[in-house]
Design a protein around this ligand. Structure first.
Ligand code: GLN
Length: 488
């Protein structure tokens, strides 16, 4: 039974259905893996008792013939999703002891479908970062870190680094994530897992701690395209508690995955998705991916996204601007950390925020307040909003010619923890291929496609038209079948 944690979600569901094992046994196998794998530091808060209690209830439901779509599946929850009665920190000291009085819609939907929660996983504080080094709870380690050089620990990527390490390290069957500028896709690429960001508006943001509200997208990570699709399918749909949540019906994506003939599908290769010094292996896997999609029946064409070059700068104006406004609520008055000694109200605000926020969060608040201040608002914020429109138009134009876009997920494989630490701009460059789709609100995913010369996972990114997750998951599945990627 020791390998129960190595199953995919869909395999585990059929095992449960066939009574090969129980949900309690499945939860126990994961709790053991989580406890034995603490060196990865993926979890901020472990909730084994809750997982077992939920698993017990799941076994009872299945015995009564009432099992839901994810019944008995143990998941990890990114610590940005509020979980009622369970500490939710955003990996920041400012929320170190915050116990939410409500549940996020996405997590609630997963529990309603029968899933259980192993715990809350780490991230770059408030979702700000690409390497998980910005967590107040310590670095998270990529389970792919090489055994032959124990001194060099690799980053799992970020901001959803805890989700990625837990899923790749078999400490959860799947995990929630969020993607504001690439935070599900880049960690998925760095850890050989599948990460999917639905269309903006597809899954409710209610109860997800805000970073940049016009970009934040609840997302999903697991070890197969089918598993991530199932999680997305379960969590999607309109929610009156989020005014940006779409009223559209949720299509049956799982049914679409039954037929992976890509005949009639057009795949666009954007010529702008390269950077200087990009390893040849990334270019090669990109070409290989195009070839695989062709063999699955798709037609591959060249497309152009001419404003790609401006995406990074645009994002790093708009996301901090929204963050500076969203994070104004952490003032030591309503909830979260409050400094112990202060002279007056202003002093209390200042000390609370100085003590509570990490450096990267402070940097973003400074950038954000700067670009929103009188005198700079037009030059930076308004200008960036206009460029965002041009970038979204690029995608609209490209999707007149093709159904999905294929590109690398990141310009590198997993780098060493600490690398780029003192150079925030270099760190921001790691998001160069993921940010454009975020600015356009388009669904996108990363699928593991192979290994580089050092034996580290390479991810391929697919992007589709807003609301067309169907083409995305079908193309993703075709790559998965062809790549035949083996996890750790
Ligand atoms: N790495 C990007 C940033 O630092 C994206 C983060 C995210 O998607 N949450 O903002």
């Amino acid at each position: 039974m020791s390998a129960l944690n190595k199953l995919t979600i869909t395999q585990a569901l059929s095992g449960l259905e066939n009574k090969d094992f129980t949900a309690v046994e499945l939860a126990e196998a994961h709790i053991k893996a989580m406890e034995e794998g603490r060196t990865l530091n993926a979890y901020i808060t472990e909730t084994p008792e809750l997982a077992l209690e939920q698993a017990k209830a799941s076994d009872a439901r299945r015995a009564a013939g009432n099992a839901g779509a994810l019944d008995g599946i143990p998941l990890a929850m990114k610590d940005l999703f509020c979980t009622q009665g369970v500490r939710t920190t955003a990996a920041s000291k400012i929320l170190e002891n915050f116990i939410p009085p409500y549940e996020s819609t996405v997590s609630q939907k997963l529990w309603d479908a029968g899933a259980s929660m192993l715990g809350k996983v780490s991230l770059d504080q408030f979702g700000m970062g690409s390497s998980n080094i910005n967590s107040a709870f310590g670095d998270v380690i990529n389970p792919w870190s090489r055994k032959d050089s124990p001194d060099v620990k690799l980053t799992p990527g970020g901001s959803s680094g805890g989700s990625a390490a837990a899923v790749a390290g078999y400490q959860a069957m799947g995990a929630t994530a969020t993607d504001t500028g690439g935070s599900v896709r880049q960690p998925a690429a760095f850890t050989g897992t599948v990460g999917i960001k639905p269309s903006y508006g597809r899954c409710s943001r209610f109860g997800v701690i805000a970073f940049a509200s016009s970009l934040d997208t609840p997302s999903f990570m697991a070890r197969s395209v089918e598993d991530t699709t199932l999680m997305m399918q379960t969590a999607a749909g309109h929610d009156a508690k989020d005014s940006t949540s779409s009223m559209r019906d949720v299509p049956d994506w799982m049914a679409a995955l039954k037929n992976i003939d890509l005949k009639g599908m057009k795949v666009g290769i954007p010529k702008e998705y390269t950077v200087d010094g990009m390893p040849e292996e990334i270019t090669n896997i990109w070409q290989q991916g195009a070839q695989w999609l062709k063999e699955a029946g798709a037609e591959v064409i060249d497309v152009s996204l001419p404003h790609t070059h401006y995406a990074l700068a645009t994002y790093y104006i708009l996301a901090p601007a929204e963050a500076s406004s969203n994070l104004a609520r952490y003032d030591g008055v309503r909830y979260g950390h409050r400094t112990s000694e202060y002279d007056d109200l202003i002093d209390m605000y200042e000390k609370t925020r100085a003590e509570g926020f990490g450096d990267e969060v402070k940097r973003r608040i400074l950038i954000g307040t700067y670009v929103l201040s009188a005198g700079y608002y037009d030059a930076y914020y308004i200008k960036a909003q206009k460029v965002r429109r041009l970038i979204a138009n690029d995608f609209e134009n490209a999707f007149e010619q093709c159904d999905v876009i294929l590109a690398p997920t990141a310009p590198s494989t997993a780098f060493a923890l600490g690398e780029n630490q003192n150079d925030p701009v270099k760190m921001y460059l790691n998001d160069v291929f993921t940010i454009p789709a975020s600015l356009a609100g388009a669904p996108a995913m990363s699928v593991p496609a192979g290994l580089d010369a050092q034996g580290l996972p390479l991810g391929l990114q697919l992007i589709s038209k807003r609301w067309d997750e169907e083409s995305l998951v079908k193309a993703g599945r075709a790559i998965e079948l062809a790549a035949n990627f083996k996890g750790l």
